[in-house]
Design a binder for this molecule. Structure first.
Ligand SMILES: CC(C)(COP(=O)(O)OP(=O)(O)OC[C@H]1O[C@@H](n2cnc3c(N)ncnc32)[C@H](O)[C@@H]1OP(=O)(O)O)[C@@H](O)C(=O)NCCC(=O)NCCS
Length: 177
């Protein structure tokens, strides 16, 4: 287990959090990807996936777990875990998908991404799930470093459609024990 320069806490994001959740989902996605993508594609994607109706539906879906990472009373990041079947999941094992992992810009590079990952690993293991998988944009070097450092291995790839732009996500998995 890692030691952290700051000690975050975690709390479930509930349907009652929808307004802050929409805002944080949009700002973190924009901050992460606007600089390297076409504005029109960003708009299309954010309008389709990061507005009130789709995010409220995701929060209401029992196969999803959303959690805020808190530093004191401040939201510093969030993640989404999803259980259940998926064509992209590793074959032959029960697994959980880490769908989103975002640290707010001002809080990056302080170990919170690592702390959130460690929390996700414990969360899965406590439920008897020993394989985690995810998709990461092939050009997202920082995230790929984080996952590789945590022994995620690439096992495939899939298309990720950002507006009109078909991009490649690497599929990575990790055995939790
Ligand atoms: C990827 C992401 C989640 C990582 O979060 P983070 O909190 O910055 O992660 P960490 O702080 O644990 O690690 C990031 C870097 O900070 C370094 N770091 C961590 N604690 C540090 C400290 N106390 N002092 C100096 N450096 C530190 C790490 O070694 C790491 O270095 P690297 O970039 O050379 O690999 C974050 O950058 C993010 O939200 N990006 C945008 C969204 C995104 O791409 N999400 C992933 C989608 S798949």
């Amino acid at each position: 287990m890692h030691e952290y320069a700051i000690s975050p806490t975690f709390r479930t994001i509930t349907p009652a959090d929808i307004d802050t959740f929409v805002s944080i989902s949009r700002s973190t996605f924009y901050d992460a990807f606007a600089y390297c993508n076409n504005a029109h594609d960003m708009d299309l994607y954010m309008e389709k996936h990061l507005t009130h109706p789709p995010l409220a539906a995701e929060l209401a879906d029992a196969s999803n777990v959303f959690m805020y990472c808190m530093v004191g009373s401040e939201i510093a990041g969030y993640f989404k875990l999803k259980s259940g079947a998926s064509n992209d999941a590793p074959k032959g094992v029960e697994s959980i998908e880490l769908c989103r992992l975002y640290v707010i810009k001002e809080h990056q590079n302080k170990g919170l991404g690592q702390a959130m990952l460690d929390y996700c690993f414990s969360f899965a293991q406590q439920r008897g799930i020993n394989t985690m998988w995810l998709g990461v944009w092939e050009h997202n070097e920082g995230a790929k470093r984080l996952y590789t450092r945590n022994s995620f291995m690439q096992y495939g790839s899939h298309d990720f459609v950002l507006g009109t732009d078909v991009q490649t996500d690497y599929l990575m998995m990790k055995q939790l024990k």
